[in-house]
Design a binder for this molecule. Structure first.
Ligand SMILES: NC(=O)c1ccc[n+]([C@@H]2O[C@H](COP(=O)([O-])OP(=O)(O)OC[C@H]3O[C@@H](n4cnc5c(N)ncnc54)[C@H](O)[C@@H]3O)[C@@H](O)[C@H]2O)c1
Length: 260
């Protein structure tokens, strides 16, 4: 890889790039696709349902949509081939698809109460789904000696989350995977990073709200996550690899009991 001169680059630059985003119909996935597209990136938005894709991206005609189930390795491989046939290359992969099993928050489950079926489902999407996409896309990035991979982690994977052993374990796996793949791919021109959301509110739930659980004092929204993803996906972020960026208003810094 040739060393580029970082000072000549603007903060966020994309050089005719093509991105694949998984879980694109979700709250964060749609924001990532929109922001990448606004920065001139050609976006392949993928998710489970064709009708949800059509609905989510009807106002973004430049975004192409593909039905892809990340838990199905053959389906992922075939979809990646379709995307390569349509765009000629893949420069950016955002592994965003994820599941969070809805549980009664007032009765959180200890590890002994989590059904193995739920544990397996969370790992099938959040970890194995990421693996399938990496295995399908990495060889093409390696052949081009260029790639930006961004995995969606969670601060639960960094500091734990009582009652959510399945989710925190799967996101810790994603963070560990990120670090190892950064090492394995650094000499191939491919960076691998993680963005870990904290407390993110949806527009339909009233948007950002005051939040004592963060140092900044507010919850975040999907665009806060998208900004970090877009920066790490840019050509300009070439010297950043193997990191996990918490986007959480300082939530993981510890007790939020200082009046300063
Ligand atoms: N929202 C938060 O507060 C928060 C916090 C920490 C981490 N995260 C992570 O950020 C990512 C996005 O979260 P979100 O809040 O937008 O979630 P979301 O539920 O709004 O969207 C997730 C998307 O993934 C898709 N998906 C689920 N299973 C799939 C599969 N097998 N194949 C393909 N797509 C599949 C869903 O259809 C959905 O569109 C996830 O990885 C999540 O774990 C979110």
């Amino acid at each position: 890889m040739t060393r580029k001169e970082p000072f000549e680059q603007p903060l966020v630059r994309f050089d005719g790039r093509v991105a694949v985003v998984t879980g694109a119909c979700g709250n964060i996935g749609t924001a990532i696709c929109k922001m990448l597209s606004e920065h001139g990136v050609k976006v392949a938005a993928t998710d489970l349902s064709e009708s949800a894709l059509a609905d989510s991206f009807k106002a973004m005609p430049s975004v192409r949509t593909y039905r892809m189930d990340v838990t199905d390795a053959d389906n992922v491989k075939a979809t990646v081939e379709d995307i390569l046939a349509d765009f000629g290359k893949i420069d950016i992969l955002v592994n965003n698809a994820g599941v969070w099993i809805h549980r009664d928050e007032k009765a959180p489950r200890r590890i002994e109460d989590i059904p193995v079926t739920e544990w397996k489902r969370v790992f099938a999407v959040n970890v194995e789904g990421t693996l399938h996409c990496l295995q399908a896309v990495l060889p093409h990035m390696a052949a081009n000696e260029y790639g930006r991979i961004i995995n969606l982690g969670s601060i639960a994977g960094e500091v734990g989350l009582p009652g959510r052993a399945d989710y925190s374990a799967c996101k810790a796996a994603v963070i560990g995977l990120t670090r190892t793949l950064a090492m394995e791919n650094a000499k191939r021109g491919i960076t691998v990073n993680c963005v870990s959301p904290g407390w993110i509110n949806r527009k339909e739930d009233g948007g950002v709200q005051p939040c004592d659980g963060t140092w900044i004092g507010w919850s975040g929204d999907a665009t806060d996550i998208a900004r970090a993803v877009v920066f790490l996906a840019s050509d300009s972020a070439w010297y950043i690899t193997g990191v996990d960026v918490p986007v959480d208003g300082g939530r993981i810094l510890g007790p939020h009991n200082c009046d300063m």
